[in-house]
Write a protein that binds this ligand. Structure first.
Ligand code: ADP
Ligand code: MG
Length: 708
């Protein structure tokens, strides 16, 4: 779209115009605008102030209170550079009511010139001191005169390369132009607006937020409870709901195989060494209903660590295989995939064999011959179930008839893997397999309602019976010896122990040396106990061997880097020691803790923390460890994690596809979120073109649907 720009205009050139000419010709502020994503008028209009400065009034020096940020008008009566205690410029100014000293530690000759005796200035800064002398450090100042602004002055989030004054003009231009071109026009029909307590028109809300009148309560702007803010949040949340609803409806037009259970499901239930919990039965039923429909399932199965998701996945796989279709199960690490493989082979292989079908294994580290054999089985359809790492979705893998894809620990997969999965599912046949994603990091309700609104969610909300709660202890690293003594007790009772070494993100080598050292120390401290070492640099055959020895119970202690974080299941392990627990994220700690407490034995988790040189834990580290000690409920942990770290961590790869919320806050704005969820289908049904307009405004016309 060509943008008229007049050369004598005081505003910066239209941001789109240079963008179209390529990066080479951009000035630094223009480049900075692009880096901030401020390319369209609407983007600028939606770039909202961080805070405001009140330059609408002048305060008499005498009535300014200590600590108050004020604007004064005063004349310079003295200006000198002093050297003690360090070089500084001291300027005394006075108005009709009193004097104030201005102090500058950094200044240029040009400043000195403006601040020369006799000049009348408009000065803004924080006043310190009272009766005995008032002072301002590094105030802003300019020559007095000119009218006072009518509205509060916006201060925008910016970067060093983008001066505030330039950005202000750019935003103002963008806002004006967006409004003139109808980009801010009303997209909410009256009925929807009336269903909100107070709904300002968008254009009015934006004008207000950029230039609030000075009598507004600053608090309502800061805590974003002002109706103008509410409108922006409503807009944003609605856009998010609309895009996901649209994605969901598009998916509903696709065809999927109808998968109905036959004999295999019952046979599997019969060989399981336990009965399903009520929650497992319920979610299995939800999944079975989806599979029986000719529309692809897109479901997230969430359940706390140890709640028994694997067997639910196995039952879904059985339904799929019963119907004569292939099923794929993908896990984020080889250890976890391997464990699923041996478990599911144990349950299913004997049942599949009489049918001439089997379970195939695919992983990156596989020997070529094995791999080719597996690929052949998959292509011929003889492999009814394929289990592996993301090797499962690589291009060479050709399924004969994939009916169901199961993704374990979905949040651990990256963007590239999601896209590959996407490519595997949509093969151009116009038919799509069902998709079941699993996660042990339960998604707090508000997140599920917002970022995951395009998914159906099943929740396992109870643990299998007979588990004893895990006792969690925070212990300083200086009491390591006591922990080792406790370990020896557990080992003497035939129990097993995990010892997890810290994650040092910057250096894999350090991770390793730490784990190796701990392994050596424990070997010395616990003679006669077989102690294994597991880390990500090991060859996969070696890893497999160590894991097998631990699973079989031959190995008493497993020292490991975080490779065991997800999914590993050894019910006899009853003690988990996490070294440098202060370095782990909350969900990660919870996952690690979930490796124990899987059998009937009482289990414990020791969070060993080191305070470092400061002798104290950082605030968020303390908060995390405290949360761990206080609760075992994965949902509560997830909620606190959301508070501590924001939604980014939960979204994983989803983040790239999901429009991140900029204005709404899931914790604060749950009510608006509910409204948006209610309003989206109504808008899409009653006024599809308005809905489209709304989406374009917020998503820039890109169809940012969350497809995988
Ligand atoms: P997660 O949900 O963390 O993936 P798993 O599927 O690994 O949990 O199950 C944890 C453990 O609980 C496994 O040893 C599994 O065999 C066992 N388990 C699962 N369901 C039940 C049940 N209904 N009764 C008893 N044990 C169960
Ligand atoms: Mg699992």
């Amino acid at each position: 779209m060509p943008v008229p720009s007049s050369s004598n205009s005081p505003v910066p050139a239209a941001p789109q115009a240079p963008a179209a000419q390529g990066a080479a010709k951009l000035t630094p502020p223009q480049k900075a605008l692009r880096q901030l994503g401020l390319t369209r008028d609407i983007d600028l209009a939606l770039h909202l102030p961080l805070r405001y400065e009140d330059e609408t009034r002048l305060v008499a020096i005498r009535s300014a209170r200590d600590g108050e940020v004020v604007q004064i008008e005063a004349t310079v009566v003295k200006s000198e550079v002093v050297m003690r205690p360090r070089r500084q410029l001291l300027v005394m100014v006075e108005d009709a009511t009193g004097e104030c000293e201005l102090r500058f530690f950094s200044f240029y000759p040009s400043h000195q010139k403006t601040l020369s005796v006799g000049t009348r200035l408009r000065i803004r800064g924080e006043i310190k001191g009272g009766f005995w002398g008032r002072q301002m450090m590094h105030p802003t100042f300019r020559l007095a005169g000119g009218e006072l602004p009518q509205a509060l002055t916006p201060v925008y989030p910016t970067t060093a390369a983008l001066p505030q004054a330039y950005l202000r003009r750019a935003v103002q231009t963008g806002l004006t132009r967006a409004e003139q071109r109808g980009a801010l026009s009303e997209t909410l029909p009256l009925a929807l607006r009336q269903s909100l307590p107070e709904c300002w028109p968008l254009a009015q809300a934006l004008q207000f937020l950029h230039h609030p009148s000075p009598d507004v309560s600053i608090a309502t702007l800061e805590d974003r409870s002002h109706p103008a803010w509410q409108r922006l949040k409503v807009e944003e949340l609605l856009a998010q709901q609309l895009s996901q609803l649209q994605a969901k409806r598009e998916r509903a037009l696709l065809k999927a195989p109808v998968l109905k259970p036959a004999t295999l499901v019952g046979q599997l239930l019969a060989v399981l060494p336990f009965n399903l919990t009520a929650a497992q039965q319920r979610v299995s039923e939800e999944i079975a209903q989806d599979l029986a429909r000719a529309v692809p399932m897109h479901r997230l199965l969430q359940g706390d660590v140890g709640s028994g998701k694997t067997v639910v996945a196995a039952l879904a796989a059985a339904i799929c295989m019963d119907a004569g279709w292939q099923c794929a199960l993908m896990a984020p690490t080889e250890i976890l995939a391997e464990q699923h493989f041996s478990k599911l082979v144990g349950w299913l292989a004997p049942l599949l064999a009489p049918l001439g079908r089997q379970v195939a294994w695919l992983a990156g580290a596989q020997k070529k011959k094995e791999r080719l054999a597996a690929l052949a089985l998959i292509e011929s359809g003889e492999a009814a179930l394929v289990i592996g790492t993301h090797a499962v979705i690589q291009e060479q893998v050709k399924f004969k008839n994939l009916g169901l894809a199961l993704i374990d620990e979905q949040h651990r997969f990256g963007v590239a893997q999601r896209l590959a999965l996407r490519a595997k599912l949509v093969d151009g046949s116009g038919r799509e397999p069902h998709l079941l994603m699993m996660t042990a990091t339960p998604i707090p309700r508000t997140l599920a309602m917002s970022y995951f609104a395009d998914l159906d969610v099943s929740t396992i909300d109870e643990l299998p019976p007979g588990r004893t709660p895990i006792v969690t202890k925070l212990i300083s690293d200086s009491r390591r010896d006591q922990v080792i003594a406790r370990m020896a007790e557990q080992l003497a009772q035939g129990r097993q122990v995990y010892w997890v070494c810290p994650l040092i993100e910057e250096s894999e080598a350090l991770d390793l040396s730490n784990a190796t050292q701990t392994h050596a120390d424990l070997t010395e401290a616990l003679p006669g106990v077989l102690i294994g070492l597991l880390h990500s640099r090991m060859a996969s055959a070696e890893k497999k061997e160590v894991m097998a020895a631990f699973t079989a119970g031959v190995m008493g202690v497993l020292v490991s880097t975080t490779v065991i974080e997800v999914g590993v299941d050894v019910p006899n392990a009853s003690l988990m020691v996490i070294e440098h627990a202060e370095r782990f994220g909350l969900s990660q700690l919870h996952q690690l803790r979930g490796r124990v407490g899987r059998g009937a034995a009482a289990s414990a988790c020791v969070l060993l923390y080191a305070t470092g040189d400061s002798g104290r834990l950082g605030e968020t580290a303390r908060e995390r460890l405290k949360a761990m000690a206080e609760t075992h409920d994965g949902f509560e942990i997830a909620r606190r994690d959301l508070d501590i770290r924001g939604p980014g961590e939960f979204l994983g790869a989803r983040q790239s596809g999901a429009q991140m919320l900029r204005f709404a806050d899931l914790a604060e704005d749950a009510a608006l979120l509910e409204w948006a969820q209610w309003a989206a289908p109504r808008l899409l049904d009653s006024a599809p073109d308005l809905a489209q307009q709304h989406l374009t405004r917020w998503l820039g016309g890109k169809s940012e649907y969350l497809k995988a």
